[in-house]
Structure formats: structure tokens, C-alpha cells
Design a protein around this ligand. Sequence first.
Ligand code: ADP
Length: 449
Amino acid sequence: MKLRVKVLVSMTAVVVFMGLFQSLFLQSRVETMFESYLSESDQMKVDMLKRAVTSYYSAAGSLEGVGQTLEMSNRMNMGSVMGYTGTIEMIILDSSGEIVANTTDNMNKNNRVSIEEPLEVNGETVGTFIAYPEKSASVSRLEQQFVQSVNLTILFGFLFAGVITLLIGFFLSNKITRPLSQLVSGIEHVSKGNTKFRVTIDSKDEFKHLGEAFNQMTDTLERTERIRKSLVADVAHELRTPLSIIRAKLESIQAGAVEATEEVILHVSDEVYRLSRLVNDLQQLSLAESRTLPLHKERTEMNRFIESILAQFRWFAEEKRIALHLNRSATAIFPEIDRDRITQVVVNLLGNAIRYTPENGIVTIDVCKEGQSVVLCFQDTGPGIDEQNLPFIFERFYRVDESRKRDKGGVGLGLSIAKGFVEVHGGNINVTSRKGKGTQFKVTLPLSG
Ligand code: ADP
């Protein structure tokens, strides 16, 4: 059964159930109230008859002959006084239990409702009054008509509510199921490989969030798909250049066109080194991303550790007239790290900072402790990174400047490797950048484990 039909059926079922319940409840309530009105009216009549009997007793000194007086009063006066709710048949007993008056004639007393009360004169019981109230035909008819008209009103109200519920249910079920249908169609598109499909949900409820989450998911899927497709092409592309240089050089030597001098061999070995570094980087990255990279953690003093790496970059910075500053933390910090992997992270970040910062710039490294973490900040005064490129710079082979020459930078794996290595340590890496002002990479590593 479709969700829309389900919503409609459940709403209608609730209304039907409530209508039935209400109708039964109201009907029994009306009957009870009507009965209680009648019995109150009977009680008043009985009280008046009792008063007449006791007055008779006070006047006559006994109950002898009270029957005729009462029968007349009950049939002629009392009925009209009480508004024709019916007659009251009665039996009057004297103090010794003898019947002194009986108007019940042939009626079956056993199945009748009776009111039995003592007759008291000046605090003394002079007899018993037993009354059998009987509804008149007109009252019974009135009661029946009243209950019928209440039932009819309930039925009409119920039908009206049913129609309104169906209309509202139709509108609501449509409103509820429309975004779902859009999402289902979106999922079908994505499952068929169309990751470009996006949904537009107008409502302002949870479905809107669901739609946004779906669109975010398809954004990620589309990007991952793009990266996956370009990965093989990128790897092939990055391998092709050094391979073709090596091949060309070797063929020239073989043909005798070029002599195998030390310089030529150095050039070839440079390319071989570049190739093996690329393969090694890819292997490290895939291990880090699959969280299977083995770590050999050691307790390391962070300030001294960074200083020793920095020392190796001094000549590179001086060559570009870049000032290299280290702001050590006030106290020594001892995180447990795999020194080789974190060295690689620092080398990649520091290398980029110096590489992308123009001459006379400044590169600053801050080491500090934040809670149970050690934080390393790499700040440069380089060109900064565009806002639209910033979210992608940690992706494999992503280069802001695609047309950049190979010798001016890496292949776009440096930041992916840094991120992978930091994350296997349980840390994280963030970037903030302002175009034309500089870039800051912030690495957070837990102190232990
Ligand atoms: P690459 O090895 O090509 O430098 P990375 O993964 O290290 O690749 O960096 C990805 C991209 O991020 C680079 O192409 C570069 O454009 C940009 N980038 C990285 N660090 C900086 C920085 N400090 N300043 C400006 N751009 C940077």
C-alpha cells in the first residue's frame, strides 16, 4: 500500500473510531440523564402524595379510606401538576403492615421499579408508602424522539467531520509524500550512476534537512567519482613524464647521439628518484587512508623535534630570503608520535610554505599545547589560496594551479599525505587562508595514544 493511501486510511480510521466512540458515549449519557430527570420528577410526585397521606392521617386519626382521596389526586391533579410525566400506582400499608389502599390492580409488581418510604407523623411511623411510577406513553415517545434526534445530529456531525477529514487527509498526505517521492526518485537516479541529480524540497521541516543531506551526499559522491576517475589518469600522467624522459635519454645514449656523461646519468637518476618517490608516496597514502599504516610511536619533545627539521630548511629559506621563525611553547611538550611520519608532515607543510611564499616573506611555526593536544601552526605570507579551492586542497593530485610546471612543485600529494599521517595519529589538520595575505595550516595531535 502506498504511503499516501496509508496516511489517508489511518486518518479516516481515527475519525471513524472517535465518531463511533463519541456516538455510543453520548447516546448512553442522554438516556441516563433523561431517566434521572424522570425519576427526580417521580420523587417529587411521591413526596406530594406522602404529604397528602400524612395530612389525611393527621385529620382522620387513621389511614382508613385514604385510597379514594389519593387515587383522585394522583390521576387528576398530580398528573397535571407534574406536567404529564405519567401516573403513580401505589400501595399504602398501616403500622401493622395491613394494606389500607391499593391502586395497582392487575399490574405485575415484580418487574416494576418501586419507591418504598415510611409514613411519619410527628416523628412516629404510621405506615409505609410503596409507589410504582409509570411513564406515560407520550413521555416514552418523547424520550425515544429525543434520543433519535441526538443520534441523527451525531450522525450528521460525523459525516461532515468524515468529509472534512478526507479533504484534509488528501491535502496532508500529498504534502507529506511529495518530498519523499522526490527523494526516492533522487535515490533511483543516483543508484543508476547519475550523481548530478539534486532535489529541491520546498517544505521547512525535517524533509528539507533530508533533502539538503541528500544533495550534500550527491555532491560528495560526484566529487569522489570525479577523483576516482581522474586518479588512474593522474597516476598514468605523472608516471608518463619521467618515464618518457628516461626512455628518450637511454635511446639517445644507445643510438650514440648522446654520451653517457655523469651529468646525463645524474639527470636520468633524478627522474628515477622522482618515479620511486611518486610510487612510494602513493603507497604511503593508500596505507594511511585505509588506516593500515604501521606506526612506531615514541615519546618526543616537540620543540626540539621541530627545531631539528627546521634546521634542514634554513638554507632553502635563506636562498629565497625568507625569514623562518619558530615560536616554541613555554614548557616542553612530550607527545607520542611516529617520528618518521610526523617529520614527513612537517616537511610537506614547511616545504609548501617556503615554496609558495615569495622572496622576503616570513614563515612562522608555532608550537603550543591545547588541552590534551599539541598544536603546530604553519603560517606564511604567501599568495594564499582561493576560497573555492580551499575545500579540495587535501585531495589527491589536487593542484590549485593545474598548469604549473612540474619542477615548480609536487604532484599534488603532499597535503593528502600530511592529512593521512595526522589522522592515523588520531589528530586533524585544518587550513585557513586569505588571498594575497597568506595561509595557515593547523595540525592538532593528541599527546598520547
Ligand atoms: P603540491 O605537492 O603540488 O604542492 P600539495 O598537496 O602539497 O601539492 O598542495 C596542494 C595545493 O595546495 C598546491 O598545488 C598549492 O597550490 C596549494 N598550497 C599548498 N600549500 C600552500 C601554501 N602554503 N600557500 C599557497 N598554496 C598552497
